[in-house]
Design a protein around this ligand. Structure first.
Ligand code: ZN
Length: 197
């Protein structure tokens, strides 16, 4: 069991549809023997939930082969509008890419800085808070002056906004086939990344 995670975030599902979507995906994974219906908390470090679905007997069909001895922690399913961070704590993304002009705004000027520039991050942070609260939030690009919904911006460092996320804790890398089928079943754009706690 490790403290790394592999995360799939549905970028487009609405908060209203997220719970039903989560249930449908869990039903599917349980029916395939990849997950159990049973939940447990050990090894789950997601910020929003304490428990996840326990790995099922056939879980190694959707992962690289790390041997039968490898113990996977549960899969946390996070429903509701959230900002998902790539690592421990709530470190801001390093950049935000404008959906209109594709220019990247530098939020953390690595390697000279290790924290977000407050003046740059604040408008994004405010827009994210507004989106979490109401479902609407927008930020204006400093390059092209276009205001776009906060959910259409692209982030780095494993940062993602979405109303449904799946955190696979301590699993060997998931196969490309599984990710493709998972994404097709969600029916939306996804962000897929790995991180460490
Ligand atoms: Zn722009």
């Amino acid at each position: 069991m490790g403290d790394h995670f592999e995360r799939i975030v549905d970028l487009d599902v609405t908060a209203a549809d997220a719970a039903a979507s989560a249930e449908r995906m869990v039903d599917w994974m349980v029916s395939r023997g990849w997950l159990l219906r049973e939940t447990a908390g050990e090894g789950v470090y997601s910020l929003q939930v304490d428990e996840g679905y326990v790995a099922g007997p056939d879980r190694n069909r959707i992962t690289q082969d790390w041997g039968d001895e490898w113990i996977c922690a549960p899969v946390a399913v996070i429903v509701g509008r959230n900002a998902h961070y790539g690592g421990q704590g709530a470190i801001a993304p390093g950049t935000a890419k404008c959906p209109r002009c594709r220019a990247s705004t530098v939020i953390i000027d690595y390697p000279r800085q290790w924290d977000a520039d407050p003046a740059v991050w604040q408008p994004f942070s405010d827009a994210i808070d507004s989106w979490i609260e109401s479902g609407d939030g927008a930020a204006t690009c400093v390059t092209c002056a276009t205001t776009s919904p906060i959910t259409t911006w692209q982030w780095d460092d494993g940062f993602a906004l979405g109303a449904l996320a799946f955190d696979f804790w301590g699993w060997p890398p998931l196969t490309d086939d599984f990710i493709a089928e998972f994404t097709a079943r969600l029916g939306h754009r996804v962000d897929h990344h790995t991180g460490k706690f």
